[in-house]
Design a protein around this ligand. Structure first.
Ligand code: CP
Length: 305
């Protein structure tokens, strides 16, 4: 039987995603019942990029489920000097699952093609399904439903936006993007076309109108993590900040809004979002971050057992 991975949501139906969310709710409510459910299983976690939440939440999830997580940093393992496919062929003979944060989706696919065990995408240039799954769980907890809700994503169209569009439309949500700029490395026209065909995905640059019609307003960094502190990207970063400032989530934009405020973190305060929006009573940013743990427990349970 073919191994099931989660590289993006392409091979996951809306019903399968819904079932995962229900499982996450169950595991979150009754954690003791799942304490030994992954006993003696080990998840390898490959990081080619920095991380706080992905690293912590997957490792803690494995501990809570009775298993173990090993962090494999790109620079301190032989991943840095060997061919990725050969390292993965070895790793998947000793490990029970792999969670990978790699620079490109092509690398993520290469891992899956050479792995005997399930592979989870922990964010590459195109997709971040681990994050979007968590976001859907958080919305479900706060709103009691997903179907028909309008999530307005404001910022650069990037990997997170792709996963919100792909997963959200499968779950019956309306996804509206307000994205004056596209991260070309994240471009997946087919994903957007398929989402458009559902009638649930739309794009606009009318930010006040979009926010007025939003149940959820979501933003993310304007500059990808691997470029944020890179001096070579400094000029492009400044230009992007100038272009994007009118699209900041702030007091002026949100003062009359009843929408949930979301951000997948890390936050760059004063850029894509201000302190008013972070601390707003409708902000669920830290619930969202906490839920990485709960959503991923369900995903690990589903794929590794
Ligand atoms: N949102 C997210 O993936 O956080 P980290 O980059 O800290 O893992």
């Amino acid at each position: 039987m073919a191994v099931k991975h989660m590289l993006n949501f392409q091979n996951w139906s809306g019903q399968e995603l819904w079932d995962l969310l229900q499982l996450a709710i169950q595991i979150k409510a009754k954690p003791k019942e799942y304490r030994q459910s992954l006993a003696y299983l080990t998840l390898g976690m490959i990081f080619q990029k920095t991380s706080t939440r992905t690293r912590v939440s997957y490792e803690v999830a494995m501990t809570h489920l009775g298993g173990h997580g090993i962090c494999l940093d790109w620079r301190s393992t032989n991943l840095v000097l060997a061919e990725l496919k050969d390292e993965v062929r070895y790793l998947s003979r000793n490990l029970d699952g792999l969670m990978v944060r790699l620079l490109t989706f092509e690398q993520t696919q290469e891992v899956a093609a050479n792995s005997r065990v399930p592979v989870i995408n922990g964010c590459d240039n195109k997709y971040h399904p681990s994050q979007a799954l968590t976001d859907f769980l958080t919305i479900l907890e706060h709103k009691g439903r997903l179907e028909g809700l309008n999530l307005v994503y404001v910022g650069i169209h990037n990997n997170v936006a792709n996963s919100l569009v792909e997963g959200g439309t499968k779950l019956g949500m309306k996804i509206t993007t307000v994205t004056p700029e596209f991260n070309e490395a994240s471009r997946d026209d087919q994903l957007l076309e398929e989402a458009r065909r559902t009638g649930l995905f739309q794009q606009t640059l009318d930010l006040p109108k979009a926010v007025a019609e939003a149940d959820i307003v979501y933003t993310d960094t304007w500059v990808d993590m691997e470029f944020f502190l890179d001096q070579k990207f400094a000029k492009a970063k400044e230009e992007r900040i100038k272009l994007m400032m009118p699209y900041q989530l702030n007091e002026g934009l949100l003062k009359d809004s009843q929408a949930l405020i979301m951000h997948d973190m890390p936050i760059h305060t004063g850029y894509e979002i201000d302190r008013f929006a972070i601390e707003h009573p409708h902000s669920v940013i830290f619930d969202q971050a906490e839920n990485r743990l709960h959503a991923q427990k369900a995903l690990l349970w589903q794929l590794l057992t």
